[in-house]
Design a protein around this ligand. Structure first.
Ligand code: ADP
Length: 656
């Protein structure tokens, strides 16, 4: 197909669609789009060209077939000529064969009379024609010669032409006593030459060739010896030949012929003078000589094509190749007629096979063309589908890239919002912390002040006992403040990047001391179980403290409306992990929000009370520790948060 309809250079199924490196080229998208357009246009042109060419397909096949049929018809005569030439070549061989056969046959007898004439018995008889002994002896001799050579008759004439002795002397129709003075062969011999003559026997009615020779006595001619050769044998040979073989004399009379119908015929009408001569010589029965004309209809190379009847009676005229060869000193012609029927039949058969081949070729071409068209249709459909698909892909890609852009913008906006919120959250946490700190510090400061005032009053009154008791209280309060301050400084420390073995006891101490104010105010009963075995986990202490404070803080908030608020913390090691479960009997978590509690900014608290960041931060912290955090709402009321961390060995120093 590529040869018949070369692909346009831009349409290559294997053409790289992207830059080989995959990296976008500068201005590449535009160029790609342009290239795609050009490719589509080239494809469509190609498709149109093919369709046009396809439309002419049957016409082209038809034209080619018509030309082939025309050529075949034109070559018809050429084919016929070829077969005629073949037949003519064979005919030439046949005619040459017959010429040599007839010549050989005649040669066999030509010299016989001149040899016989020398025999003394002949002259002897001619000198004494009435001697019965001599006559008998000569008759016997002639009969012996005839039988020996195969001649039809051998006979002896005297100078008048009267038959003195003959090989058939004892048979009915014997020549003896017959006068053949009218025969030209007699006259030729009497003139002293060899006589030759073809004629129909006067008595026998049988055609034959007469050879004669004078019988001499010294220089004097005593008589003539004649040998008549019958034509049966040679005609038998001619009859076996393929085609009609016959010999005609100078007048056109057929002397011998293989086919009986041709015997005693003339090839053309005889002139009156010829007719008179034949009648005078009694050569043939002129009344019986029927014309069997050969009409020349055409010539093929050197060979004549004639129309003739196969017999004298009403047989249809048939066309023959007519070959003629001159024969011997008599001026005879040897004819061979070979029917052209075989050659014509062969050429017709050849033409029929050529025609059939053309039909087969035509049908095959049509089938092939049809198949090619179907194939091309499929290719076209596929090509069109490919183009459509490409367009669709391009559209979709465009839509997707637009969507990506929108999403990216939304993401950027979200990030910005998040950052803003985190900022706000930080400020809020700062505010909360400030409030908590001022509360945490103000309370003991107020107490210290009143204890100091009391101590001063007791000192003034000289009551040192209660004064020192108040001072002791001040000391305790300052100690607690110092502890609070220490916790805060812990917060100020940057959270450790990695994790290490952390003693849960220490973490809980810190967290609970920081939360003690809130716990006290809320009147919550807090119970912590499982710390007596000094469990250690893999974590960062400040971050874990933050998580625990968040969980316990949330539990305190949840218990706000409850009569006997209780919070229970269970530390349970199991396998390689340690679970810290914070359970409260507060409001619990409604089922529909259970999945969202760890989402950033999810809160059910009043504005200003919560930011919804606590659990999400805790979640991330625990995840940093390679741990897990989950929440559940208890059927009996309240909620439980569980933090599962990897258990850790106690550090050597701490253990000591
Ligand atoms: P915030 O405490 O600022 O609201 P958190 O992330 O700490 O933010 O908590 C998110 C929400 O989870 C809370 O608003 C609350 O509705 C719910 N929640 C957290 N802990 C508990 C608890 N122990 N009992 C009931 N609800 C809780």
């Amino acid at each position: 197909l590529g040869i018949v309809f070369p692909l346009p250079p831009t349409v290559r199924t294997s053409a790289p669609r992207n830059h080989p490196c995959g990296a976008p080229q500068p201005g590449g998208e535009k160029r790609l789009r342009l290239a795609r357009r050009m490719r589509i246009m080239a494809t469509m042109t190609w498709v149109r060209n093919i369709s046009t060419a396809l439309g002419r397909g049957p016409l082209a096949v038809g034209l080619v077939l018509a030309v082939l049929i025309l050529l075949a018809l034109l070559s018809g005569p050429r084919v016929e000529r070829y077969y005629l030439s073949q037949a003519a070549e064979e005919a030439v061989e046949t005619v040459e064969l017959h010429r040599s056969q007839v010549s050989g046959w005649l040669g066999r007898y030509r010299s016989a009379p001149s040899i016989y004439a020398r025999h003394p018995k002949l002259a002897d008889l001619l000198r004494n024609p009435d001697d019965p002994v001599r006559l008998d002896a000569t008759n016997a001799l002639l009969a012996q010669w005839s039988a020996g050579t195969g001649a039809e008759q051998t006979y002896l004439l005297d100078t008048t032409g009267l038959t003195v002795a003959a090989s058939n002397w004892d048979q009915p129709g014997s020549f003896v006593g017959e006068n053949y003075g009218f025969r030209p062969y007699f006259r030729q011999a009497m003139e002293g030459r060899l006589g030759r003559y073809f004629a129909r026997g006067v008595l026998s009615g049988r055609r034959g060739y007469f050879f004669s020779h004078p019988v001499r006595d010294g220089g004097r001619i005593l008589g003539v010896i004649v040998v008549k050769v019958g034509v049966d044998e040679i005609e038998q040979v001619m009859r076996l030949s393929p085609g009609e073989v016959f010999v005609s004399d100078t007048s056109g009379v057929v002397l011998m012929a293989g086919q009986p119908a041709y015997r005693q015929t003339v090839l053309a009408e005889l002139a009156p003078s010829q007719r008179a001569r034949i009648a005078q010589d009694r050569q043939f029965d002129t009344a019986a000589l029927a014309p069997i004309p050969l009409t020349t209809v055409a010539r093929h190379d050197e060979v004549e094509i004639v129309a003739a009847r196969a017999d004298r009676a009403g047989a249809p005229t048939v066309e023959f190749l007519h070959l003629v060869r001159p024969m011997g000193p008599e001026g005879w012609l040897l004819h061979l007629l070979v029917s052209t029927e075989e050659a014509r039949r062969l050429s017709q058969a050849t033409m029929v096979s050529i025609g059939l081949s053309l039909v087969v070729i035509g049908l095959t071409s049509l089938v092939l063309w049809q198949r090619r068209r179907i194939l091309l249709d499929r290719l076209l459909a596929r090509e069109r589908e490919g183009v459509l698909l490409e367009e669709k892909v391009a559209e979709r890609t465009k839509a997707l890239s637009e969507e990506v852009l929108v999403r990216r913008a939304a993401e950027a906006e979200l990030r910005q919002t998040q950052a803003d919120l985190v900022q706000a959250g930080k400020l809020a946490v700062l505010g909360q912390m400030s409030t908590a700190l001022s509360h945490e510090f103000n309370q003991p400061l107020t107490a210290i002040r009143s204890y100091a005032e009391n101590a001063m009053a007791f000192v003034e009154r000289g009551k040192t006992g209660p004064a020192s008791e108040n001072l002791a209280r001040i000391t305790r309060l300052t100690a607690r403040m110092a502890q609070l301050s220490r916790s805060l400084s812990n917060f100020a420390r940057k959270p450790g990047e990695g994790t290490q073995s952390i003693a849960l006891n220490a973490v809980f101490d810190e967290a609970l001391s920081l939360l003690s104010g809130r716990i006290e105010r809320a009147g919550v009963a807090l119970e912590v179980e499982g710390l007596d075995r000094d469990p250690h986990v893999l974590a960062g202490s400040i971050r874990l403290q933050h998580v625990l404070m968040n969980l316990i803080g949330n539990a305190i908030d949840a218990c706000r409306e409850v009569e006997n608020p209780r919070i229970r913390v269970d530390v349970v090691p199991s396998g390689g992990t340690t679970t810290i479960a914070v359970t409260d009997n507060g409001a619990g978590i409604p089922g529909d929000v259970l999945d969202q509690v760890f989402d950033p900014f999810f809160t059910t608290k009043e504005v200003g009370e919560g930011l919804g960041l606590g659990l999400s931060i805790s979640y991330n912290i625990v995840r940093d520790f390679d741990g897990r955090i989950d929440a559940e709402s208890l059927p009996e009321g309240g909620a439980r948060f569980r933090v599962t961390l990897k258990s850790a060995e106690r550090p050597v120093k701490a253990a000591e």
